[in-house]
Design a protein around this ligand. Structure first.
Ligand code: HEM
Length: 483
């Protein structure tokens, strides 16, 4: 039963429900065998730990040939079915036909074998002609008939082989394609016509794209809407920052920020994104331009950056490429989107309290990596967002400027200022206070993800560059290219 918990948790992390888990395990173990025929002590170092001359081939096995009948990998030994080279219904036939008991494999690991092997279920040895072995199950296999929910599904599949075939095919396709991200990234003649919700589908763009003139008009309307640079930039960031370059999920396309579960996330509620989205939607509805809300949110971010730059005396144009579309709630897999919730976002000085023992600055690097940002881009964006005052909940942590809302390099100028002495507020060393070195007067507050740009030598080098004369322009160019 404990194994079922582990299996359920592991497959849930891959976005798989109970039916998919049973289909995959049953279908997967219809083929092949486990390997543990000999002492694990004969097995050498893992690939990464082995000598350089082994060229990445680890686990060299000194027992006889170390291969074929002597192979030791998991340490369990045997095949699940009497026909391990065929796709058939034999896994479920085998598991339901027997009573199972724990035995030791030749490598000393626990595995399950029939109390008595029934007629027709002996397994031909994979290497030794004429030798017959009992079928074998591992503990996770046994979970398929001991966990009550798995058992129900396994019984249904046993009685309905066609249902198993269809559900295995779908789950296998999902297992192999889920990390490819949105459907638009699929190429070639074999792409199925059926649209699957785990592909985070968005509608095709219809009609002509919004033109330059319309974009200019919309930008002016957004600038005149009463929304501040902080609100516009914060909301565009909130919609984009869920992106994960590892599997291409999340991000601004689809405008899923207005749907469940995103609209209810603590980070979005506290940042007040709903109000900004409503206002942008009104502007979109009042316009005759063929533009999606997803594009409006991104365009709003561009307007916010341009407004903040202008306030600081810089005339810049943030590039904007339209073409995003808006997904519906039905196109959104709420359960798996929940995993994309930002529990930390250094760029907006946000950290959920219960989180983790991982230092905040490491979490920042993780998010920057997921967003595919270079180190200078990460630095420029963070400094720019602090200057604009885009912190979640409007906190002043790390807002090292007397003129928030203006896109300046003040964050860097004040961070590297040696006239400030920093002290932690308590033993957790999460929050800090900066005082004037001469007078002791309190000047600033900040968190670890602010101060790391002064303490880490490489980040400090970039911070100093942005703090220097002319650095403001460089910071803007770098961050607007990253955006
Ligand atoms: C429920 C969780 C699972 C567990 C704990 C598990 C465990 C194992 C173990 C211990 C082996 C033996 C490895 C060795 O000694 O060489 C194995 C082999 C294998 N597994 Fe799984 N497995 C699971 C799910 C799956 C799934 C979902 C698939 C595919 C859809 C799959 C396909 C296979 C295949 C084809 C082999 C045989 C490889 C060979 O013949 O060398 N397994 N599995």
């Amino acid at each position: 039963m404990k194994s079922a918990q582990d299996v359920r948790e592991t497959f849930a992390r891959m976005g798989m429900n109970d039916r998919e888990t049973v289909a995959l395990t049953v279908g997967g173990h219809t083929f092949g065998k486990m390997h543990g025929n000999g002492s694990p002590d004969a097995v050498g170092e893992a690939p990464e730990g082995s000598k350089i001359h082994q060229q990445g081939f680890g686990w060299a096995n000194k027992n006889e040939t170390g291969l074929g009948e002597y192979t030791v990998t998991s340490g369990l030994e045997g095949a699940w079915t009497p026909t391990p080279t065929q796709w058939d219904h034999s896994y479920l036939n085998t598991i339901f036909a027997h009573q199972w008991e724990v035995k030791k494999s030749p490598a000393g690991a626990n595995q399950w074998e029939p109390v008595e092997v029934k007629e027709g279920y002996w397994v031909p040895d994979a290497h030794v002609p004429g030798k017959k072995n009992p079928p074998v199950m591992n503990t996770a296999d046994m979970a398929m008939i001991t966990d009550p929910a798995y058992l129900e599904i396994a019984k249904e599949y046993h009685e309905n082989p066609d249902v198993l075939v269809d559900e295995f095919a779908r789950a296998w396709y999902k297992l192999l394609h889920r990390d490819m991200g949105p459907r638009a990234r699929y190429l070639g003649p074999q792409v199925p016509d059926e649209v699957l919700v785990w592909q985070d589908p968005v509608p095709e763009h219809q009609g002509p794209l919004v033109n330059e003139q319309q974009i200019a008009t919309l930008k002016q309307q957004i600038a005149d809407s009463g929304l501040t640079a902080r609100q516009l930039v914060g909301t565009a960031w909130a919609s984009a920052c869920t992106y994960r370059q590892t599997d291409h999920r999340g991000g601004a396309n689809g405008a899923r920020i207005r749907l469940d579960p995103q609209i209810g996330w603590d980070v979005n509620v506290r940042a007040g994104v709903a109000e900004v989205i409503d206002r942008l939607e009104q502007l979109k509805d009042a316009s005759d331009a063929n533009i999606s809300l997803a594009d409006m949110i991104v365009l709003g971010g561009s307007v916010g950056v341009e407004m903040a730059a202008k306030a600081a005396g810089h005339d810049i144009t943030v590039p904007f490429t339209p073409g995003r579309t808006d997904a519906t709630q039905e196109m959104t897999e709420v359960d798996t989107f929940a995993f994309l919730e930002p529990r930390h976002d250094a760029f907006r000085n946000y950290m959920q309290t219960q989180t983790t023992s991982i230092p905040a600055e490491h979490l920042m690097i993780d998010r920057a990596f997921m967003l595919n940002l270079s180190v200078p881009q990460m630095t420029a964006l963070l400094g720019g967002m602090r200057a604009i005052g885009a912190n979640v909940g409007d906190s002043d942590e790390g807002v090292l400027t007397d003129r928030p809302g203006q896109l300046t390099n003040d964050f860097f100028v004040n961070l590297v200022d040696m006239g400030t002495v920093w002290e932690p507020l308590d033993e957790s060393e999460e929050r800090f206070e900066g005082r004037d070195r001469a007078t002791g007067k309190k000047k600033w507050t900040a968190t670890r993800v602010d101060l790391v740009y002064g303490s880490n030598s490489q980040l400090r080098a970039i911070a100093e560059e942005y703090a220097a004369d002319g650095g403001e322009k460089r910071m803007m160019d770098t961050s607007s290219a990253a955006g």
